[in-house]
Design a protein around this ligand. Structure first.
Ligand code: ADP
Ligand code: MG
Length: 243
C-alpha cells in the first residue's frame, strides 16, 4: 500500500446495541485520505448510528475505530472535533437565537482549526450565506439550515467529515452545486463519508460505496457494480416492498 492509500479511518467489527438490538452488528470499512465514500442502505440499516458512533456521540459496544492509526472508539465528540472529525446532522440543530455568522463563529472558536482553515467570512461567501449572515438561524429555511450545518462543521477544520443526508430536500441546481463543493473539499484532502438516499448524487460524487444492511456491510465497491448485485437489490427492494 502506498502511503497516501493508508486509511485515515478504519472501522473493524463495530457493534452498537440499543437494548438487545444491534444497530451495528460487526461493521467493517475504511476511508482513505481525500476519498469520498458513500454509505448507503435502507432505512434503519444503521447509517446514522455508524456516523453517531464514529463521531463520538455514542460509545461503541464492541469493535474498533482507528483514526490516523489511533483507537478513538468511545472518545466524546467534543474531543474528536479537536482531532479533526466533525459531522452534519440529518436534522440540523443550529443555535436558533444566534445569527448565522455567530453560529459559525462559535464553531470556529471552539474547533480551533489550524492556520490554513478558511475564515468565517470566506465560509459565508463560499456557501452563499451572505444575505442571511446577520439573521437568526431560526429564520433559515431547511436547505439553508443544512448548508449552515455543513459550514459549522467545516469551521472546525475537519480532516474527516461525515455527512448525514445533507442532500435530502435540495433541488437539482442546489444538488449540483453542493456536489461540486463536496468534491472540492475532497480535492483539498478532506476525507468524506456521505450518507445519502439519492443514488444519482452518490454516483456523481463517490469513488466507492459501502452498502449496509442490518448493521453490517454487504457490499464494498463501485455503485455501478452494487446495483447489479442480487443481495443489494434484495435489501433495497425488500425495504420498499415491505408492508
Ligand atoms: P439509518 O440511518 O440507516 O436509517 P439508524 O442508524 O438511524 O438507521 O437506525 C438503525 C436502527 O437503530 C433502527 O432500527 C433504529 O430504530 C435504531 N436506533 C437508532 N438510534 C437509536 C436510539 N438512540 N435508541 C434506540 N434505537 C435506535
Ligand atoms: Mg439515518
Amino acid at each position: 500500500m502506498s502511503p497516501e492509500m493508508t486509511p485515515i479511518l478504519k472501522v473493524s467489527g463495530l457493534i452498537k446495541r440499543f437494548g438487545g438490538f444491534r444497530a451495528l452488528d460487526g461493521l467493517n470499512f475504511h476511508v482513505t485520505p481525500g476519498e469520498i465514500l458513500g454509505l448507503v442502505g435502507p432505512n434503519g440499516s444503521g447509517k446514522t448510528t455508524a456516523i453517531n458512533v464514529i463521531s463520538g456521540l455514542y460509545a461503541p459496544d464492541g469493535g474498533n475505530i482507528a483514526f490516523d492509526g489511533a483507537s478513538i472508539g468511545g472518545i466524546a465528540s467534543h474531543k474528536l472535533v479537536h482531532r479533526g472529525i466533525n459531522r452534519t446532522f440529518q436534522v440540523p440543530k443550529p443555535f436558533q437565537l444566534l445569527t448565522v455568522r455567530q453560529n459559525i463563529e462559535v464553531a470556529r472558536a471552539y474547533g480551533m482549526p489550524g492556520n490554513g482553515a478558511p475564515s468565517v467570512d470566506a465560509l459565508i461567501d463560499d456557501y452563499k450565506l451572505r444575505d442571511v449572515a446577520d439573521r437568526p438561524a431560526a429564520d433559515l429555511n431547511s436547505v439553508q439550515q443544512k448548508i449552515l450545518d455543513l459550514v459549522r462543521a467545516l469551521a472546525t477544520g475537519p480532516r474527516l467529515l461525515l455527512l448525514d443526508e445533507l442532500a435530502a430536500g435540495l433541488n437539482p441546481t442546489e444538488l449540483d452545486w453542493i456536489a461540486g463543493k463536496i468534491k472540492d473539499l475532497a480535492k483539498h484532502g478532506i476525507s468524506i463519508i456521505v450518507v445519502e438516499h439519492l443514488m444519482g448524487f452518490i454516483e456523481q460524487i463517490t469513488d466507492r460505496v459501502i452498502v449496509l444492511s442490518a448493521g453490517k456491510e454487504i457490499f464494498e465497491g463501485k455503485l455501478s457494480v452494487a446495483v447489479k448485485v442480487p443481495q443489494v437489490i434484495e435489501v433495497f427492494l425488500g425495504s420498499e416492498h415491505a408492508a
